[in-house]
Write a new protein. Structure first.
Length: 547
């Protein structure tokens, strides 16, 4: 396996001895996700795999479409190990593309729908994706036009495939690529070629921004599958479960909990592409959803929108929360309002997927007092100098073509340094205490303060700037920018927002939602900005505004 992946583009950290030990314990194996798809499509072909509010996909239909698309990708020149990028909302087509990419032997590069020119251009350059799938238009934004512009600057991007939109003559449509074809019969895989192994490249997930630029976390099915199996076991998920998936399936938690776990267990998925809490509650009632996995703001908004006379969440057994610790008051409110539904924490990262979780069998108080225990046997968690460290079979191979940052993140003994502060109690339960890295977590999505600052510093009216987190009841945190103006005329919030969106072309969720004009930034004697003082100031401003 080591020789198989030595030129993959990632830093391969596992030795043959480590891989053999993982296999001996059953943490790694030969089975891949496609084996589970084949099993369910054969045993129960008409069983519902996914719905998204516009269409329905059975297991047999998903396999047929995915394998036909895989054959089409091979005919378009996709080779084993090539990267296939996809930026789609939570639509059924995402699942088909995911399965098709891995069946073709390619590496999936999922991109969240909120990303724009700046982020996607960088990821295209880093991943050197050969094929990209994009929506035509979504939420009044022309994704197709964006990709056309990016394609002109990306020589490695050979094919652009349009989903729910009109393809030009030099583009492909997913409908055409999934049409029944004698060369790609649903049950004849000869047109696709050799099936991938569990040690082949599976997915390249770019971090959501704990540093100035995202890093590509390179995983095999064995590294992801280890976590996926652990999550299914911890949360007691099986064929009778219906996953409610409003969180982006193009992100780590969404991909694992919203797609991979249900396919592994043979369950069903209901996708919601635009989170609207009232509509989400209606979908839960209609599709009899049994669980969800989102950031905590989704839960807060669902509680605020809940109408006991109209909404029925009785099938919901658990709501799994990732991205931040669960406030005790929120857990108590869920227990009182969503009768029979528990909040369970899940802690992980793109580098490791799942580190800890509160299991369905754990005492209820664990979810309030901790962020859980290791999600599966084989995971080690320790705290050194207050920083949470992870070691286990679920860790990535490395950052894509970035040995320097890989060496910083994972030490010589195999411990991944999370950048989070925490403590482990006598029962082995982890409790997160905050972040070491300078990030803002808005609705469960990381925003790099450094990245936003670098963009703002290019504005002619900005002399100096510091971006910090300010508390928000719904989103958890939002970005607040403290700006020292360059000259007598200070920039306004609207002016900076327009500049970041239309000139710098960054994702909208990264744009600061409050701007404070100051004469100077607080500094340490060594010249470092005292961000703790600015965070305190932002917190006080919010408290005054809401009191």
């Amino acid at each position: 396996m080591v020789s198989q992946l030595k030129d993959s583009g990632a830093v391969f950290r596992y030795t043959e001895e480590q891989a053999a030990r993982f296999r001996k314990h059953g943490w790694w194996g030969d089975e891949i996700l496609l084996d589970h798809l084949d099993r369910w499509a054969t045993e129960t072909p008409g069983f519902e795999l996914a719905t998204d509010g516009t269409g329905r996909l059975t297991y047999a239909e998903a396999r047929g479409q995915a394998y036909r698309l895989a054959a089409s990708l091979r005919r378009l020149g996709v080779q084993r190990g090539d990267r296939v990028l996809v930026q789609l909302p939570n639509w059924n087509e995402f699942i088909v593309i995911y399965l098709a990419a891995i069946r073709a032997g390619a590496v999936l590069v999922p991109i969240m729908p909120i990303y724009r020119h700046d982020e996607i251009g960088y990821i295209l350059e880093r991943s050197q994706a050969r094929v990209a799938f994009t929506a035509g238009e979504f939420r009044k934004f022309d994704h197709l036009q964006m990709f056309r512009e990016l394609r002109a600057k990306s020589p490695e991007l050979k094919e652009l495939v349009v989903v729910r939109g009109d393809a030009a003559a030099d583009e492909q449509s997913i409908e055409r690529l999934t049409e029944p074809d004698r060369r790609a019969d649903d049950f004849d895989e000869s047109a696709i070629g050799t099936r991938p192994t569990a040690d082949d490249g599976h997915v390249l997930i770019f971090t959501s921004g704990t540093e100035a630029r995202p890093k590509g976390c390179f995983h095999t099915w064995n590294t992801i599958g280890f976590s996926v199996r652990g999550l299914a076991k911890a949360f007691e998920l099986d064929r009778g479960c219906v996953t409610f998936a409003p969180s982006p399936v193009s992100h780590g938690t969404g991909l694992a909990m919203g797609v991979a776990v249900p396919i592994l267990t043979g369950g069903s998925i209901h996708l919601q592409d635009v989170w609207q809490p009232k509509e989400g509650l209606a979908r839960i009632r209609e599709h009899r959803c049994t669980h969800a996995a989102t950031a905590t703001p989704f839960v807060r908004m669902a509680l605020d929108a809940f109408d006991p006379a109209a909404d029925d969440v009785s099938p919901m057994r658990m709501w799994i929360c990732a991205g931040a610790p669960i406030p005790a008051a929120l857990a108590s409110e869920v227990a009182n309002v969503f009768k029979g539904c528990r909040l369970l924490p899940l802690y992980g990262a793109s580098e490791i997927f799942a580190a800890t979780a509160c299991w369905a069998s754990d005492p209820p108080e664990y979810a309030i007092t901790s962020d859980g225990r290791p999600a599966l046997e084989g995971v080690e968690i320790k705290v050194t100098d207050e920083e949470v460290l992870y070691r286990g079979p679920g860790a990535m191979l490395g950052y894509w073509r970035d040995p320097e940052r890989t060496a910083i993140a994972i030490d010589k003994d195999g411990w991944y340094h999370t950048g989070d502060r925490g403590e482990v109690n006598a029962e082995g339960l982890l409790r997160l205490k905050g972040r070491i890295k300078d990030v803002i977590i808005r609705g469960g999505t990381n925003i790099s303060a450094t990245e936003v600052e670098e963009h703002l510093l290019t504005h002619p009216k900005v002399k100096a700037v510091a971006v910090v987190a300010m508390p928000d009841r719904l989103m958890g945190e939002k970005a607040c920018a403290f700006v020292v103006p360059d000259g007598d005329e200070a920039p306004t919030l609207a002016e900076l927002g327009d500049y970041l969106k239309n000139t710098r072309r960054i994702a909208v969720h990264k744009i600061p939602e409050r701007v404070e004009i100051v004469k100077e930034l607080p500094m340490t004697p060594t010249g470092k900005i005292q961000k703790f003082a600015l965070r305190d100031q932002a917190r006080r401003m919010v408290e005054i505004a809401t009191s």
